[in-house]
Design a protein around this ligand. Structure first.
Ligand SMILES: [Zn+2]
Ligand SMILES: [Zn+2]
Length: 908
């Protein structure tokens, strides 16, 4: 395997921010009038921190984007905290890519290679400045196809959005609060109100009846108290939080929402069902228009304002500003080189947006995430949920339930046919805020300022992503979610394209017969190329031409996100980040296991008997499964759910988290001597790379190694398994292409965990837990989501309502430096074993605290919480449990302690 890093910039650590004097050719960049808003660094210094575009262009792959594909992922896979009744939608066959791939490809000539492996690296790769304006009017004028016209109308609707738009139905009070927020902190409410609010929060997972029963009991004992009823408390909370939903009508069959170009329709153009209840309409002579179905969006503006309404909340939300200043400082001191990546703020895209003044202190950095959810097991997706994640919180806080803000809920029973119409209210409100700014009262400094929300990323899993980015999907010819330009190959007569790097032997399928693709030479996506291709697609004169161009460009429709102000997003396709969760935890394990178990499709011309890698069968598979389950006692409790026996459970909802531990944690050990050596070695390259990519903080030098290992894995995978055989093209699933993007994506938008789908999967799970009314779960889900927003806002406004996250459990003792002793604790001190006592005496002697003769007695503790939040357990209690109940924390490093023991002491 070559160790040459090609032109990957990871190799030489391309400076993200460079001194101006290093880029004389681009003095005009530095001399562009810089907006004076960026308050992190003084004007003079900021100019010197201007990115060296020339450098970035040369190191084109610095700008490669991440990818997540879903290929035949296991059904019903969900996040670790998912409850059984509400599962995330699994892979969904109904994709736009099916159409895109149906026609054989007449037009793709070998010239495509020029884009994929450009000879001249100059000018490739850099995502152009997000401010470059695109004339949306001009784009709209090109459109001939009706469906595309509608998509462009949504885009134009965002372009002209204002907070005053009647269609969004922000009531005058809400509008007034957005522009003139209250400038005072809410004090502790009166004792009765506080009791009501506490009670309301405490029954989160119970019903209204529970609240009322407790209220009745309290009133019986304290009849004089003025404890509010459930309904009144609910109203009071809604009022204090300032959060009211935007309610819009939708088709009873979920085809579309009556928003944007559909706003005035009275019949669904897709299924023909009427918008309003016909009986009410008739009985009232057409006067009473009662919608048959509604959906709720929760405007983000008031939720963002609430985050600044208390001095504690406001202080903690300024993490982003503090961290950004630190990073800029580090870059200036280190000549533009980063030691490591630990957050989105380390990504080159964010830093460039800061540097160009598009993000200023106090701006809110948002991630939007969407997913389908199943309310009942064994049903297709029947409900869609969108959420906002606020990057301004520190990473250890931002993904918690109380800080994840629901955006909208689309009730089922069917999948939306026009997703733009459902995204529209949320994005319209965002676009209006991005143009006008949100007025914010900062309680920590008692000042008003204008904050502009910046949409950093928009993510979904594979099937959901095509709704957001408007691309054809992973089996299209241009199947890459990151729009990197690599085109796939398909089997003769086949409909699906696969991102095969190596050209098959004796292969001449037209449009796919390009030479081998160099994985080091994959170009980064570019916004310019996207718009160029979009323009081409939009100007199609008829359906036939449209389909041909869709195939060639990989674009099915304009993304609604192009309607947002360009300076307030990472742009299209740059804002569509990767999804490390599905890629790493579901799609890769599924591919590897289907090969090793020999269950992947075998073409007629192939022969399973020749698959020497397919060893996990029969007895061996059974024994292997047992070995996986037998590791449970040895896994630290902090590792979440231990993997179950895959030989028994792999088809019954094996969770993403289980796959993660099974494949990347235990795999190298458990597959050793089972997989033939060369396949095992190839697999270990993957594990090595993924273990690095999956870190919260990734050292730059590790990242480079990870990239090398992952490219090695993919190229070798093709040689080992697919072997340039046309009948094995389907082995090279889209997920393998995604692996090539993983490391470069970290340099672009930070570690993949920052933007993974884990958060929305968990949100779907914990909202599901709150649903207790099976008679109408959809309406209830909306109500629960609204309640969540209001409660979260109220907790930001009045943090005292939230139990202290750092509170110590009963009986615990904080012994300093982040270590906390947790019960159980021995009632009486007991003498130590002689060897333990010896070690302690030596330690005390070394520190001048003992004369060496003392025979100590000690209190034993069961558990010790480490500074990283993990819990080490002591043998004292653990040894009392049967092996099946033990979760030994084998991975605790005790180097601090060992350092204190002189080397001559026996450690055994
Ligand atoms: Zn309909
Ligand atoms: Zn790609």
């Amino acid at each position: 395997m070559s160790l040459d890093f090609g032109n990957m910039s990871l190799d030489d650590q391309a400076p993200i921010v460079n001194d101006r004097s290093h880029s004389p050719d681009h003095s005009e960049e530095a001399e562009d009038p810089q907006p004076s808003l960026t308050g992190w660094i003084p004007e003079r210094e900021r100019l010197s921190a201007s990115p060296d575009l020339r450098q970035s262009e040369r190191n084109s792959n610095l700008e490669l984007e991440g990818i997540s594909d879903v290929s035949q992922q296991p059904q019903s896979e969900t996040g670790p905290d998912q409850i059984p009744t509400l599962t995330s939608d699994a892979d969904d066959a109904d994709n736009a890519d099916e159409d895109a791939a149906e026609a054989p490809d007449p037009g793709c000539q070998a010239s495509d290679r020029g884009e994929l492996v450009p000879d001249d690296r100059e000018g490739v790769g850099m995502i152009p400045s997000v401010t470059r304006d695109v004339d949306l009017q001009e784009l709209s004028d090109l459109v001939q196809i009706d469906d595309i016209k509608i998509a462009m109308e949504f885009v134009r609707g965002l372009e002209s959005a204002t907070l005053d738009d009647k269609e969004m139905r922000l009531d005058s009070e809400a509008l007034e609060r957005l522009r003139n927020p209250p400038q005072y902190q809410i004090e502790v409410p009166s004792s009765d109100l506080r009791l009501a609010v506490d009670l309301y929060l405490a029954v989160e997972n119970a019903s209204q009846d529970t609240y009322n029963a407790v209220r009745t009991a309290i009133l019986r004992r304290y009849p004089e108290s003025e404890l509010l009823s459930y309904a009144r408390t609910k109203n009071k909370i809604a009022q204090m939080s300032g959060i009211t939903p935007l309610v819009h009508n939708m088709c009873i069959n979920s085809c579309l929402a009556y928003t944007g170009p559909f706003a005035t329709l009275e019949t669904c153009p897709t299924c023909g069902e009427s918008r309003y209840d016909q009986i009410t309409l008739t009985n009232s002579n057409g006067k009473v228009k009662k919608p048959r179905q509604e959906f709720h969006s929760i405007p983000i503006g008031p939720q963002l304002q609430a985050l600044w309404r208390h001095s504690d909340s406001a202080a903690s939300i300024q993490y982003c500003d503090t961290r950004t200043a630190e990073i800029i400082d580090e870059l200036e001191r280190s000549d533009g080189l980063l030691d490591s990546y630990d957050d989105f703020f380390h990504g080159s895209e964010y830093l460039q947006a800061v540097n160009s003044g598009h993000i200023k202190p106090g701006d809110m950095i948002l991630m939007f995430s969407m997913d389908g959810a199943q309310l009942y097991r064994n049903k297709l997706s029947d409900c869609w949920i969108g959420i906002w994640i606020i990057f301004n919180h520190s990473p250890d806080r931002r993904y918690k339930k109380v800080r994840v803000l629901p955006a909208f809920f689309v009730p089922g029973p069917n999948k939306p046919k026009n997703c733009d119409s459902y995204l529209y209210p949320s994005l319209h409100h965002l676009a209006a805020l991005q143009k006008e700014g949100i007025r914010v009262w900062d309680a920590s400094s008692n000042r008003m300022f204008t904050s502009t929300p910046f949409l950093a990323l928009a993510t979904a899993d594979g099937p959901g992503m095509v709704y957001l980015n408007g691309l054809v999907g992973y089996h299209g010819k241009n199947g890459c979610r990151l729009y990197c330009g690599v085109t796939g190959r398909h089997k003769p007569g086949g409909a699906h394209y696969y991102p095969v790097l190596l050209k098959p032997h004796n292969y001449d399928v037209e449009g796919c017969d390009h030479d081998d693709i160099d994985p080091y030479g994959i170009a980064a996506c570019s916004s310019e190329r996207y718009y160029e291709n979009l323009r081409q697609l939009l100007s199609s004169n008829n359906i036939t031409q449209y389909k041909k161009r869709r195939l060639e460009t990989g674009i099915a429709k304009p993304s609604i996100f192009i309607g947002l102000p360009r300076a307030s997003t990472l742009g299209v396709p740059g804002c569509f980040g990767s999804d490390i969760m599905h890629l790493v935890a579901l799609n890769l394990p599924d591919l590897l296991l289907s090969l090793w178990r020999g269950t992947i499709d075998c073409d007629k011309t192939d022969d399973r008997r020749t698959w020497d890698w397919a060893v996990l069968k029969g007895h061996l598979w059974k024994v292997h499964g047992e070995a996986v389950a037998a590791t449970t006692p040895y896994l630290p409790g902090s590792f979440d759910r231990p993997p179950r026996n895959p030989a028994e459970k792999i088809n019954s909802g094996y969770k993403a988290w289980e796959f993660l531990m099974y494949i990347y944690g235990l795999g190298p050990g458990l597959f050793y001597n089972i997989l033939p050596q060369m396949y095992w070695e190839n697999f270990c390259k993957l594990v090595y790379g993924i273990r690095i990519i999956h870190q919260h903080e990734i050292a730059t030098c590790d990242l480079r190694q990870a990239h090398e290992a992952l490219i090695g894995f993919v190229t070798e995978f093709e040689e080992l398994y697919y072997q340039r055989r046309t009948d094995r093209i389907h082995f090279v699933r889209p997920v393998l292409h995604g692996v090539l993007h993983l490391a470069p994506e970290v340099t672009r938008v930070g570690p993949g965990l920052c933007a993974s789908q884990w958060t929305i999967e968990r949100t779907i799970g914990n909202l599901g837990e709150e649903i207790r009314q099976p008679s109408n779960p959809y309406a209830n889900l909306s109500q629960r989501g609204l309640r969540r927003c209001q409660v979260n806002a109220l907790k930001a406004i009045f943090p005292d309502l939230e139990p202290n996250e750092d509170g110590l459990p009963r009986g615990a003792i904080d012994i300093g430096n982040g270590y906390i002793l947790l019960r159980a604790m021995q009632k009486n001190p007991k003498p130590m074993h002689p060897c333990e006592a010896g070690a302690l005496r030596v330690y005390l002697q070394e520190n001048g605290m003992s004369n060496g003769q003392w025979c100590p007695s000690v209190y034993r503790w069961a558990r010790l919480r480490l500074p990283n939040g993990q819990i080490a357990r002591s043998a004292w209690k653990e040894k009392l449990k049967p092996l099946s109940k033990v979760r030994m924390a084998r991975n605790v490093k005790v180097y601090l302690y060992l350092n204190c023991i002189p080397v001559h002491l026996p450690l055994a």
